[in-house]
Design a protein around this ligand. Structure first.
Ligand SMILES: [Zn+2]
Length: 128
């Protein structure tokens, strides 16, 4: 897999990412207490019980649909704590609101090739 040079225009600035999170938060009717963006090794993102969201910096260089999926996943946890049926159907519905023709993307693995999970609980963030 090519992890080398990437055209600058494919990397979104932190403030753009933050704006994406805030736009979706408004759409979902949730209010994250804090949005943090930092290097995370094993997860793409996490959501604390106090409503603080943390996103992996590597998301800034992921394709827009992957960013959207991870953002939606964490924001939905502010409404629903578990990956139940409602969670999955809402995730899918919001994702397809923006990308009607795309299947839910697979989340890329961590740089060391290991699994990278979307949430502090269990399993990848993708719907399954
Ligand atoms: Zn989750």
């Amino acid at each position: 897999m090519n992890r080398g040079w990437q055209p600058l225009e494919e990397i979104v600035p932190v403030e753009v990412f933050r704006a994406e999170v805030m736009a979706w938060a408004k759409r979902l009717g949730v209010e994250p207490k804090e949005i943090r963006i930092r290097k995370m090794k094993r997860k793409w993102a996490s959501c604390s019980s106090q409503g603080r969201l943390t996103f992996d910096r590597d998301l800034l260089r992921q394709p827009a649909p992957v960013r959207t999926l991870v953002i939606l996943h964490e924001l939905l946890h502010l409404r629903l704590p578990t990956h139940n049926k409602l969670f999955k159907s809402l995730l899918s519905a919001y994702f397809h609101e923006k990308y009607p023709d795309l299947p839910i993307p697979e989340l890329p693995a961590a740089q060391d090739g290991g699994p990278k999970h979307g949430a502090p609980h269990k399993g990848p963030a993708r719907v399954r």
